[in-house]
Design a binder for this molecule. Structure first.
Ligand SMILES: [Zn+2]
Length: 365
């Protein structure tokens, strides 16, 4: 395990300033002091070969990645689109896409000499970080809410994580902030409010998803991604951007972000990602009243849009997926409900080739 020597630095997605390789859990220092938390994007030396560059080479692994990308012609026909694929991230070791991020992030924490990783999680991220910390011999401190599903809470405990439960999503962040700023913990998630994306080295772990989709024979026009603070959305964008910059694809697919209630659409309307738009939802993996600049950038740069999916529509889509043998947590099933909405809005048509990110089945850990 070592840092990639080809990693030359990081660039701010807001002000384009360049920073040397290192740990920036609060994003761009300049933009933060100006009151605009902004993600940094990893930059690499141009190298030959087709491999997707990642920050940590030979990271700690539990076998993440390489998940199935299933063609679903029946769903494509039912929805009136050309092709439809399901990228099944529940096949990852702890049952969600978060394992890809945890592999890079916990490996970096280990290489940086940290002994503990602190994170705020609605469930999936906490399970994943707990597992990878166990594999690396690091302590995991996870701040959860009282709404965290028991199965996931138990999984974190089995992996030896130390848990602290809070009343709501926002209350977790000061706890994690204190551990990271004062107690030597490595940041496993955001802790700022307004928030910023997770450590850029972790988010890079999502890039191979783009390659895997392409390798499965799908060249999508549109990808639908359940989104809270937008790490997955942005990481997938970075993957397609790499494929585009290296000439592997002619056009970027559009990325669309599912949200359980209007956050991104409101942020787009005001041009400011820093608002609070709290509302109740059963889609706990993408709950919370905040969004991030990286989400806005992924949508704007790819030409995609936010899609508001109600719990009722997500539940109906979940039942449809169950009836064809696919287990998906509510926020993942919402991706299928989003297809009908985008089709109705004229964003998708009979020629569209659509990938749904099925981020988790919510059953494991
Ligand atoms: Zn900046």
């Amino acid at each position: 395990m070592q840092m990639n020597p080809g990693l030359t630095g990081l660039r701010c997605i807001r002000c384009a300033s360049l920073w040397p390789p290192g740990d920036y859990p609060e994003g761009c220092p300049s933009c933060l002091s100006a009151g605009h938390p902004a993600t940094l994007e990893c930059r690499y030396e141009a190298v030959g070969g087709s491999a997707m560059p990642l920050p940590v080479l030979n990271p700690i692994t539990l076998g993440e990645g390489g998940t199935p990308c299933l063609a679903a012609p029946d769903l494509a026909q039912a929805e009136g689109v050309g092709q439809l694929w399901l990228k099944c991230e529940s096949a990852n070791p702890t049952g969600s896409h978060k394992d890809r991020m945890a592999a890079q992030l916990v490996s970096r924490a280990y290489l940086a000499g940290a002994r503990r990783v602190a994170a705020a999680s609605s469930g999936n991220a906490g399970v994943s970080i707990a597992a990878y910390c166990a594999a690396a011999g690091l302590q995991a401190d996870i701040a959860i809410t009282h709404h965290c599903p028991p199965l996931q809470r138990q999984a974190m405990e089995r992996f030896g994580a130390s848990l602290r439960a809070f009343e709501d999503s926002l209350a977790r962040w000061p706890y994690v902030e204190n551990l990271c700023r004062n107690e030597g913990a490595f940041a496993g998630t955001n802790y700022l409010n307004p928030p910023v994306g997770t450590h850029p080295y972790g988010v890079e772990g999502y890039k191979p998803i783009a390659q895997e989709i392409l390798d499965a024979g799908a060249m999508p026009t549109d990808i639908i991604v359940p989104t809270a603070r937008g790490d997955l959305l942005w990481g997938i964008f970075l993957g397609w951007q790499h494929l585009h910059e290296t000439g592997r694809i002619a056009h970027m697919p559009r990325l669309h972000a599912i949200e359980p209630y209007a956050r991104l659409s409101q942020a787009i309307a005001t041009g400011d990602a820093r608002g609070q738009w709290e509302a109740a939802t059963e889609q706990y993996s993408i709950a919370g009243g905040t969004c991030t600049l990286q989400s806005l950038e992924a949508l704007a740069r790819s030409g995609g849009s936010p899609v508001e999916v109600s719990d009722a529509a997500a539940t109906q889509a979940q039942q449809r997926l169950h009836r064809r043998g696919i287990s998906a947590e509510l926020s993942s099933a919402a991706a299928l409900a989003a297809v009908a909405q985008l089709r109705h809005a004229g964003v998708l048509d009979a020629e569209s080739s659509v990938v749904l990110m099925v981020t988790s089945d919510g059953r494991r850990g």
